[in-house]
Design a protein around this ligand. Structure first.
Ligand SMILES: Cc1cc2nc3c(=O)[nH]c(=O)nc-3n(C[C@H](O)[C@H](O)[C@H](O)COP(=O)(O)OP(=O)(O)OC[C@H]3O[C@@H](n4cnc5c(N)ncnc54)[C@H](O)[C@@H]3O)c2cc1C
Length: 448
């Protein structure tokens, strides 16, 4: 085979792999997609087991206004979007800390306007953005080494903030980055600050009505060769081709192509035998980069009992569930779903429970805030991503030292093997980033 052959093997049919395969196919390349699961979409997983046709997202959920690629796909595939509402940084948010609970802005509960105290923390977080002038290249920032040697916990501990606002920040890191604050690089927090902790927080979010996975499904429908239940076990990068071996049922099959795109989480990539053909920096990156842990519990109630309370669904708590929101706020219905979203070490603890015990725990926590709510339950579902053999975590969560060690390598091909996925993009941790990384890998191959 020669490099003139317009053949590509894409490993992983999540958004990154599918977006790459879609562009390559439309550009006339012969694309084979290998997917380990029985379904496409990976960490986009819409749960349809609820009553009355309600759908909740077990994985990627919020599509932001600036997520132009995801919004473009929705338009292109004639999918309807439902507006979630802007619940971030609103004073309809509730908190539950140290045995007290209620509206963050209610001074009678907290002895201070906790909402304003938290806003002060966000202002300080926002100030970190100045340290990373180029969010695509944080490792080149002037103080990269110093910041990367510290954690988000080191930073918050050095701030003069209200103790409950500090607790809120810790829960925010667990929810947003799905890791513990001491395991999260301050340089990556600063990088994220330069992108997100600004007016954009108030932008509206969207969900695809009927399920976000309608996007990966539509992409997959346009592709001629997707092999399901195909678990890649070995990759050999050669001077003029890439040989990819996968296990399907009892067979081990090898497909060779001019290029390959590895669009799977690094947690599963590290189980692949690269036959010593991966450069040292890439092998280290694959082996060492940290991931977070996250679980969701989705609880369907017969009535939207929260409507009367003025609560916007967002509760940040030091209880074992970490955070909640309304999963069906974008559709009209008598009944509704609350999602408990648990990241960091609380997420790892919930993942270690049985599905039933995890659901029971979340139900009991919500019952504490809304006594009688558990009598209204119609249906429950849960997703524990660390337990998923083809995910093994949540998404990339760079620990201290890892930005300077690995960021640049994430974007460099290893010969004929390109990397894509939510980890290989500046829009990291998002569906949009996965798509961006896939489209970028495809464009590099098309222009090669
Ligand atoms: C609980 C949760 C909530 C989230 N919330 C949001 C949100 O609100 N908004 C947002 O934008 N993003 C969110 N995300 C992130 C978003 O879902 C991901 O960034 C994105 O879906 C990742 O896409 P990907 O293609 O990189 O990886 P994946 O979706 O993981 O796709 C990788 C694919 O590779 C397959 N695979 C793995 N190993 C192998 C192998 N050895 N051989 C063959 N195939 C393999 C997997 O089965 C999978 O289909 C969330 C993620 C989670 C887990």
């Amino acid at each position: 085979m020669t490099s003139n052959n317009r053949t590509v093997t894409v490993i992983g049919a999540g958004l990154a792999g599918l977006a790459a395969a879609y562009d390559l196919h439309r550009a006339g390349w012969n694309v084979t997609v290998l997917e380990a699961r029985e379904r496409v979409g990976g960490r986009v997983y819409s749960v349809r087991s609820f009553s009355n046709g309600l759908v909740a997202e077990g994985g990627g959920e919020f599509i932001e206004d600036r997520h132009v690629r995801m919004l473009a796909f929705a338009k292109q595939f004639n999918l309807q979007l439902g507006r979630v509402g802007s619940w971030q940084k609103q004073d309809g948010d509730w908190g539950a800390f140290e045995g007290k609970s209620g509206r963050l802005a209610d001074e009678k509960i907290w002895g201070t306007n906790l909402h304003e105290e938290i806003e002060r923390v966000w202002d300080a977080v926002s100030g970190l953005g100045k340290y990373v002038p180029d969010s695509k290249q944080p490792q080149t920032s002037r103080e990269a080494e110093r910041l990367d040697a510290q954690s988000a916990l080191d930073w918050i501990n050095a701030q003069d903030v209200h103790p409950l606002a500090r607790n809120y920040f810790i829960q925010h890191i667990r929810a947003e980055y799905t890791t513990e604050p001491e395991c999260f690089s301050l340089l990556d927090l600063a990088r994220n600050s330069s992108m997100y902790y600004s007016t954009a927080e108030h932008q509206p979010n969207w969900r695809v009505v009927g399920g976000n996975d309608l996007i990966p499904r539509a992409l997959a429908n346009a592709l001629p060769d997707i092999r399901m239940n195909a678990v890649v076990t070995s990759i050999r990068i050669l001077p003029d081709e890439v040989a990819v071996t996968y296990k399907q049922a009892d067979s081990h099959l090898t497909v060779s192509s001019a290029f390959a795109i590895l669009a799977i989480p690094l947690t599963t990539a590290r189980l692949i035998d690269f036959n010593s053909s991966l450069p040292y920096a890439h092998q280290r990156m694959v082996n060492e980069i940290s991931y977070g842990a996250v679980t969701k519990v989705m609880i369907q109630y017969r009535k939207r009992f929260w409507d009367k309370t003025g609560w916007n669904g967002r509760l940040t708590t030091d209880s074992p569930i970490v955070i909640t929101w309304l999963a069906t706020s974008h559709v009209e219905s008598e009944d509704g779903i609350i999602t408990a979203y648990t990241g960091g070490s609380p997420g790892a603890k919930l993942a270690a429970l049985s599905d039933e015990a995890r659901v029971q725990l979340a139900v009991a926590e919500i019952e504490k805030f809304f006594p009688g709510s558990s009598d209204l339950i119609e249906h429950t579902a849960t997703a524990a991503w660390p337990n998923e053999p083809f995910t093994r975590g949540s998404y990339m969560a760079l620990a201290p030292g890892e930005v300077t060690a690995h960021w640049q390598t994430l974007f460099e091909p290893a010969g004929r093997l390109f990397f894509a996925g939510e980890h290989a993009t500046a829009i990291q941790g998002y569906m949009e980033g996965a798509v961006e990384s896939g489209q970028r890998a495809a464009a590099s191959i098309i222009s090669s």
